[in-house]
Design a protein around this ligand. Sequence first.
Ligand code: BMA
Length: 327
Amino acid sequence: MAVKIVGPELPNIPWEEKPKDYSGVMWRYSKNPIILRNLLPTSNSIFNSAVVPYGEEFRGVFRCDDTRRYMQLHAGRSRDGIHWEINPERIHFVGEAAQELGWEYGYDPRVVWVEDRYWVTWCNGYHGPTIGVAWTQDFETFHQLENAFLPYNRNGVLFPRKIRGKYAMLSRPSDRGHTPWGDMFYSESPDMIHWGCHRFVMAPAGGWQSTKIGAGPVPIETTEGWLLIYHGVLTSCNGFVYSAGAALLDIEQPWKVIARTAPYIISPQELYECVGDVPNVVFPCAALADSATGRIAVYYGAADTVTGLAFCHVEELVEFTKQNSLV
Ligand code: BMA
């Protein structure tokens, strides 16, 4: 039976067919990178960023490290999902929690529409990294809530709908630094403020995902389970190498892993992925999925410097995940 995306039809997402001579399951956009490091006069790098459909257009929250090398979040807009206009001024979150928590730094945002608004989660500096939560309806005013977890945590990624009547989030408990370990967990919340019922999802495995793992884009609902693209890290003699793979999680109990790729689906191989502020990094943070065609466009940071776009097809990726599964 054909695998289907359960979600909206998005006929206008970026797309390019797989090159004829390419055998992988995920292929890069021929004009990568789509966002260069110096798009803003004050940006050192624009990478690990999140985009969503917004009416007929697209909006996003971008990780822009500035020329002081402070990690900031900026809102951006695009008509086609490829050419982006990013606000030169960073997001200033509003609300009581924003005032109380203050602003240290923010990075690796994810954005998702749940019910009536866009939710933003990111790695929020609060005496160490933890998961910041905010919502917006217009990408101009961003209302911040309490941090989801105690420090230290990274890669907080919401599901696109409530599960078992609760908001649901994946995250990766961490340490203060360049954490040399890390398992993925699932948590739920009745109100986006109080998080509990924490469940173990998966740990690092061998090879490209042997040091630590973390959720990437918002999981995509399919008829075979939640399709999760996630990053995995290998420690080489020259440091960390960030690649990405895919997993299928149970729809009603997403901490249950149905399948998980032993091989990566994308790894740093192009020059802009291997050379930059942090070499050898591909770091997916967003995916646009069209339920009518099964097309998926993935946005990823490359070498902590620029933003790239890659494509896959739901049926092919789900099939690949099941046939090359570790579990
Ligand atoms: C992680 C995060 C990511 C980054 C990666 C590689 O810990 O900080 O933002 O892309 O390291 O430097």
